[in-house]
Design a protein around this ligand. Structure first.
Ligand code: OGA
Ligand code: MN
Length: 292
């Protein structure tokens, strides 16, 4: 066997919490198909995986992510967001850094509330992978929560009600009621009227067959068929089962870490780290399938 065909010595170590695992060892720039399969299995079993001790530049990182599926991006990029990394046009840059008056990325340093990526599109992403290029001395952790568990702990009566219900994930507005690029013609502030795809509240993971609660974002969510007050009350009730500390885990970043998460069965959030320093993450996503 030649060196390039030999599987790396990847070590997968659960991180001691309810979920999440760390992978270390070997060289992912020389990853074999077996290595990719090992990582894919770790994501399936642990939902969030941290790769630590590796170093990938943007081109290597892009090649790595593309081995997990077709690259996918936010509709903002397709509409009018600029390309941040010319070598990898679909790469997002999540950063608070402003250079010569120009932001090097998006999302700033404010709080990002619980969400799952691209649920406001017809075909949301499967994996998101985020690579730490610059990190503040403290703050800027990313927190993850297990949405299989959020479903499992629902009372049976609630589970059976959900089987018939769906959520509209509005696509046009940010939580401050500003419109996203391409949506400035939408004037309504009524969540019943905001445009966006309708997905089942409970989705079944295509690989594990497990059910998870699929909430997307709290802001702008609406359960079609219910009067607004009933929709709000049911959403609040469902959210009370999601993001519980015992079903969540925080990634404290080290430089070059890559975090990979499965958007089909997790949510994530980030606290504000205003005033704590420069942070820059390079991110890529893979294409998923329509939630069902
Ligand atoms: C994202 C995201 C959180 C963070 O890139 O989708 O939510 O911690 N990032 O930067
Ligand atoms: Mn996100």
């Amino acid at each position: 066997m030649t060196a390039t065909l030999r599987a790396n010595d990847l070590r997968v170590r659960p991180l001691g919490g309810p979920f999440a695992a760390e992978i270390t060892g070997g060289d992912l720039n020389e990853a074999t198909d077996d290595d990719i399969e090992t990582i894919r299995r770790a994501i399936r079993d642990h939902l969030v995986v941290r790769l630590r001790g590796y170093r990938m530049d943007d081109v290597q990182f892009t090649r790595f992510v593309a081995r997990f599926g077709d690259l996918h991006t936010s509709p903002d990029y397709v509409k009018d967001r600029k390309v941040y990394v010319p070598e990898s046009p679909l790469m997002s840059v999540v950063s608070n850094i402003v250079e010569n008056g120009v932001a090097v990325g998006h999302h700033g340093d404010g709080e990002l509330d619980w969400h799952t990526d691209l649920s406001f599109t017809d075909i949301p992403s499967c994996y998101t992978m985020l690579c730490a290029r610059e990190i503040p001395p403290t703050g800027g952790d990313t927190r993850f929560t297990d949405m299989y568990r959020a479903y499992d702990i629902l009372p049976d009566e609630l589970k059976s009600r959900l089987a018939r219900l769906a959520i509209k994930h509005q696509a046009s507005h940010n939580p401050q009621y500003g419109t996203w690029p391409g949506w400035d013609h939408i004037e309504t502030r009524d969540v019943r009227e905001m445009p966006g795809p309708i997905h089942p509240i409970v989705r079944t993971h295509p690989e594990t067959g497990r059910k998870s609660l699929y909430l997307g974002r709290r802001f702008g969510a609406y359960i079609p068929g219910l009067v607004l007050a009933k929709s709000e009350a049911l959403l609040d009730e469902l959210w009370s089962y999601a993001g519980r500390p015992e079903n969540s885990w925080s990634q404290t970043w080290q430089l070059h870490d890559v975090a990979i998460w499965d958007n089909r069965c997790t949510m994530h959030r980030r606290d504000s780290f205003a005033g704590l320093g420069r942070r820059r993450m390079h991110g890529l996503m893979t294409k998923g399938t329509r939630p069902e």
